[in-house]
Each structure stands twice: as C-alpha cells, then as structure tokens.
Design a protein around this ligand. Structure first.
Ligand code: SF4
Ligand code: SF4
Length: 101
C-alpha cells in the first residue's frame, strides 16, 4: 500500500504535505510532487495538509486518477527528495481557485 499524489498537485506544489511526512518520501520536479511507494508507511498524515485534496490512499484512488499510482512510483525513483516547505509555484493560487478550493 501507499499514498498517491494526483493531478490536483499539478501547477500547485504547495508542499504543505512534505513537512509532516515522517519518512521523507516526497520527491519533486518543476511541476508537482510524487510519493515513493517503497518508502511511504501509510500514516495518512499528509492527506489533510494538502489544500487541494491531491493525495489519496491507493485503495481509495478514484478511477479517473488511477494512472497516478504508476506515475508516482516511476517519477519518485528518479527525482530528488523534497522534505522542506518551499514557495508554491507562481500558478498555485490560480490553480487552487480553478479547482474550486
Ligand atoms: S500539499 Fe498537495 S498540492 Fe501541495 S505539494 Fe503536497 S500534494 Fe501537491
Ligand atoms: S502517508 Fe505518511 S508516509 Fe506516506 S507520504 Fe503521506 S505522510 Fe508520508
């Protein structure tokens, strides 16, 4: 089992989630974050921290977001760990409003 970052994180990347992760399993690129399924301990601490509800338990992943399970595993394996909060992307506030949050 793992938790999965999904499409709402794209162009957002608020990074509120990384601060609470006890095992530093978030990795990031210029657009969003990804969870390493081999490191995630399923604690769920990150879920309520995300202001755009981007993080799901693998078992509760909606069908339209299912492709993110493999994407998280693939991308996390080759990207650096993000363990400290950084500035959101310049597009973050507009994206958040667009998503209805
Ligand atoms: S808090 Fe949510 S939107 Fe922000 S980086 Fe984490 S998963 Fe992405
Ligand atoms: S569920 Fe826990 S271990 Fe997994 S990414 Fe979220 S905070 Fe980290």
């Amino acid at each position: 089992m793992t938790f999965v970052v999904t499409s709402n994180c794209q162009r957002c990347r608020f990074t509120d989630c990384v601060v609470v992760c006890p095992v530093d399993c978030f990795h990031g690129d210029a657009e969003m974050l990804y969870i390493d399924p081999d490191e995630c301990i399923d604690c769920a601490a990150c879920v309520p921290e995300c202001p755009v509800d981007a993080i799901y338990d693998e078992a509760e992943l909606p069908d339209h977001e299912s492709r993110w399970l493999a994407i998280n595993a693939n991308r996390a394996a080759s990207l650096p760990v993000v363990s400290e909060k950084v500035e959101p992307l310049p597009t973050a506030q507009a994206r958040k409003q667009q998503l209805g949050f």
